[in-house]
Every structure is written in structure tokens, then in C-alpha cells.
Write a protein that binds this ligand. Structure first.
Ligand SMILES: Nc1ncnc2c1ncn2[C@@H]1O[C@H](COP(=O)(O)OP(=O)(O)O)[C@@H](O)[C@H]1O
Ligand SMILES: C[C@@](O)(CCOP(=O)(O)O)CC(=O)O
Length: 439
């Protein structure tokens, strides 16, 4: 069992092909990005030993509950078993949590707090010491990059560590890609709990976002029904794609976009189902292309992939999940003949990706960036397919022996004082700080 303080982290993702259709059991392809969420767990001082606190400054939420005031009496018994949790939310517990959340009205804050409390009650005990859970993220929120899943995975990982359901990652060997059965079992459990957190945040998730945020890398994911396990094919040797990631900065909520598509499907099944089937066929084509050996990834290969990006976007437009700002991004990239563009994630705003032609001059890319930024859009540089969930523990268990840098790293005050995403990345970030280990 791990005790506070410690940090956990999980990445966001881009969906390359298949969003929305993924909700209906069609395959989708996604990869982890280097933008990540970080969660610090710290213990309260003695006078607040009966309080659990959330510090989620990115969504301006700071809230505490008396641990004994939470509805422990309705927590289902299955939650204390080490078996995988069920994939359905318990409605009695959800109803009881409404009472604990009456004062949290903002939907962004409320969904995050609900997901936290649901997992906290399922995985922890009323006699646990008072703690603060604070999240900082380098991901834009509600922009299609899976910020909710990366937070859910962080919460699930932290609570599984505290409750002893999982242990910190074991070193995998010389090659970090080596398979380790204990790590695998741990991350599967974290993924399953994070899925329930995602359900609290947006109702009917496919599970692709939490799968990528827990396991990292690039995956082909397919949600299965009737108790069959979801398909999650790891796509090793994922080709290095030149992608631009552009945030339209148009806020939207995944829950709303997913429910709009559900309504379309309900009203026009004969029209909407063929679109979802088309996305399925297209994702299957893309999957075959992305698995081709390197020597076959020639100009024709690249053109095919770009065509699929264009067609996928068109189908998402037909589903009604684009936005004028996303179209403005696509048109700017089209005008400069940079490559093909599609929205990524739930749409309705949020991010687009442009799959850049290999031979495009840098000057044209710079011109596109300048145009987009001139319109108030944000262009991200990120690498695809990095690490999944990980944790960082103090090197010595006794705080009295910590070095100054370690005191800062595990200090709530210091984390909350960090400025922009660069500051967060530099100070606690995977890739910037030694000692992060991954399941
Ligand atoms: N840094 C964060 N701190 C707290 N909650 C967060 C953070 N990032 C995301 N969330 C939660 O995730 C929700 C956004 O999820 P969603 O609409 O699915 O967008 P995304 O596409 O980014 O996942 C927010 O409403 C909030 O509840
Ligand atoms: C629209 C969808 O396919 C992806 C949503 O991604 P995001 O929450 O916008 O990052 C929904 C899902 O798969 O759960």
C-alpha cells in the first residue's frame, strides 16, 4: 500500500479515425499524446484528518467533504473485491452522491467531482486519513484530447495505489516495452475503474479514451457488448506521422455531442447507420495502412491515408459534430495545400488534426500556423504514442530527509502555484523529471 504524498500522471490522446462510431461498437484508432494530467495526493494535517479535499484549479474547483458525511452505507459490496469492477454505474450510489454535490453547480466542476467521489467511495474506506487530491493538466479541457479520461485515469490510479488494489509499477527490464504481467494486471484494473469515472463525466463513453490514457501507445479499439471484453490491439511500429494539432478554442462538452449523435441515430436510423458503417469501413482501411511495413509507406500510401482523413471528416460533418471554427481551420489548411484535416474527439469545437504532406515546405506550415494563431486558434506540437499511466514516489519515505527539490515536487502549495502548461511540464512533467515509472 502506498501512502501520500505521491504523484500520478496519464496522457491525453488524439483519435485519428473512428470517433463517435466508437460509441456504437465500431473500431477506432487513437494514440497517446505528450500532453498529460498530473495528480498529487497529500495528507492533511491532524486537525483536518476527517476531511477529503479536491483542489482542481484548472476547472476552479476547491471543495472539501467530511469523510464520514459521505454515503458509505450505499456503496455496493463488489467494490471491495479485487476483481474488475462492473462496467455499469450503480444508480443507488449515483443518487446518493447527488446530495454530496448539491453545492457544486458548474457542470465542469460537478462532473469531475462526481467521478472522483464515485471512485473514492468504491475504492477507499471511511477510516482512511484526510487527504487532498490536486490535479494540474497540460491538456486543453473539453477540446477533444481526452482530458476527462486522463483525469479519470489519474484518480483511479491514485485511489488504487492508496487502497492497495495495485502496487507501484515494477521495473520492466532493460527494454521499457518488455511485458510485465503484474504491471499489466494493475493497468487493466486502473483502466476499468477509470471507465466508470468516464461514465460519471460523460454518460456513454466508448472506453477508447481511458484505454489510451492508461496503456499509452497507439491502439485500435473496439467496444464490445454483452459482457465480451473490448478489443484493444496495440499498434506497435506506428509510423511517424507529421500532424498538426489545432485547438479551435470553441468550448463544448463531449456528453452533449455524443447525445446529439444518439438523437440523430434515433430519429433517422436508416440515414445515420450507413454513416457509422462507413466510418467503420474507413477505419478498417486506415488500420491496414497503418500496419504496413515501413518500406511500403511510400507517397501512394501517404496519399491514401490523407484521403481517409478527408472522408472521415466529411462523415463527421454529416453527423452534425463539426463547427464553423473547425471548418475555418480545415479551409486554411486546404488553401495552403498543407494536407488533409479532420476534427478529432467529440467535435462541436475543440481540436482538429491536419495530416501534413511529407514534401510541404516549412515556410507554408509556418504561414498556416500564423494564420491560425491570428484567428485565435492554438497550434500544438506533440508527439504520438508515448507512455500511459505512471507514478512518481518520493525517493525516501521520511520527509525529514528529503532534498529541497523533492519537497517542492510533492508540495501542494507549490503545485497549485505553477503557472501555464510549460511551467507544469517543466516542474513535474514526464520527460522533464527523473523517477517516473509506468505500468
Ligand atoms: N485539469 C482538469 N481538472 C479537473 N477536471 C478536469 C480537468 N480536465 C478535464 N476535467 C474534467 O473533464 C471534463 C471535460 O471532459 P470532456 O468534455 O469529455 O472533454 P475532453 O475532450 O477534454 O475529454 C471537464 O468538464 C472536467 O470535469
Ligand atoms: C466522441 C467519442 O468517440 C470521443 C470523445 O473524445 P473526447 O472526450 O472529445 O476527447 C466518444 C467516445 O468514444 O467515448
Amino acid at each position: 500500500m502506498v501512502s501520500a504524498p505521491f504523484l500520478v500522471s496519464a496522457p491525453g490522446k488524439v483519435i485519428l479515425f473512428g470517433e463517435h462510431a466508437a460509441v456504437y461498437g465500431k473500431p477506432a484508432i487513437a494514440a497517446a499524446v505528450s500532453l498529460r494530467s498530473y495528480l498529487l495526493t497529500t495528507k492533511h494535517v491532524a486537525e483536518f484528518s476527517d476531511v477529503v479535499t479536491l483542489e482542481f484549479p484548472d476547472v476552479k474547483l476547491q471543495y472539501s467533504w467530511k469523510i464520514h458525511s459521505l454515503p458509505w452505507n450505499v456503496v455496493p459490496k463488489w467494490s471491495m473485491d479485487t476483481v474488475r469492477p462492473p462496467s455499469e454505474l450503480n444508480t443507488v450510489l449515483m443518487d446518493a452522491l447527488e446530495q454530496s454535490l448539491v453545492a457544486v453547480l458548474n457542470p465542469l466542476q460537478r462532473s469531475a467531482a462526481l467521478a472522483f467521489l464515485y471512485l473514492y467511495l468504491c475504492l477507499c474506506r471511511p477510516d482512511m486519513p484526510g487527504m487532498t487530491f490536486s490535479v494540474r493538466s497540460t491538456l486543453p479541457i473539453g477540446a477533444g484530447l481526452g482530458s476527462s479520461a486522463s483525469v479519470s485515469v489519474c484518480v483511479a490510479a491514485a485511489l488504487c495505489l492508496l487502497s492497495g488494489e495495485v502496487s507501484p509499477p515494477e521495473t520492466k527490464g532493460d527494454d521499457d516495452s518488455d511485458f510485465n504481467a503484474t504491471n499489466y494486471a494493475s493497468i487493466e484494473l486502473i483502466d476499468a475503474w477509470a471507465f466508470l469515472g468516464e461514465r460519471c463525466m460523460h454518460g456513454n463513453p466508448s472506453g477508447i479514451d481511458n484505454a489510451v490514457a492508461s496503456h499509452g501507445g497507439a491502439v485500435m479499439f473496439q467496444r464490445m457488448t454483452k459482457g465480451n471484453p473490448n478489443v484493444r490491439e496495440s499498434m506497435r511500429n506506428f509510423p511517424p506521422l507529421k500532424l498538426l494539432l489545432i485547438d479551435s478554442r470553441q468550448p463544448r462538452r463531449t456528453a452533449v455531442q455524443v447525445s446529439n449523435v444518439a438523437t440523430l441515430l434515433q430519429n433517422y436510423p436508416l440515414v445515420t447507420e450507413p454513416i457509422l458503417n462507413g466510418i467503420q469501413a474507413l477505419t478498417t482501411e486506415a488500420y491496414k495502412l497503418l500496419l504496413m511495413p515501413k518500406e511500403k509507406c511510400d507517397d501512394v500510401w501517404e496519399e491514401r491515408l490523407r484521403e481517409l482523413v478527408r472522408v472521415n471528416h466529411g462523415m463527421l460533418v454529416a453527423l452534425g459534430v463539426s463547427h464553423p471554427k473547425l471548418e475555418a481551420i480545415r479551409m486554411a489548411a486546404d488553401e495552403l495545400e498543407i494536407g488533409e484535416t479532420k476534427l478529432t474527439g467529440a467535435g462541436g469545437g475543440g481540436c482538429a488534426i491536419t495530416l501534413v504532406k511529407r514534401d510541404v515546405e516549412e515556410s507554408r506550415i509556418l504561414e498556416l500556423k500564423a494564420r491560425l494563431e491570428g484567428h485565435g486558434f492554438e497550434v500544438f506540437e506533440t508527439s504520438l504514442g508515448g507512455f500511459g499511466a505512471g507514478c512518481l514516489l518520493p525517493t525516501k519515505s521520511d520527509a525529514a530527509e528529503w532534498e529541497e527539490w523533492e519537497e517542492k515536487l510533492f508540495s501542494l502549495h507549490h503545485l497549485l502555484g505553477l503557472g501555464d502548461r510549460e511551467d507544469i511540464q517543466k516542474t513535474v512533467g514526464v520527460g522533464s523529471i527523473d523517477g517516473w515509472a509506468f505500468w
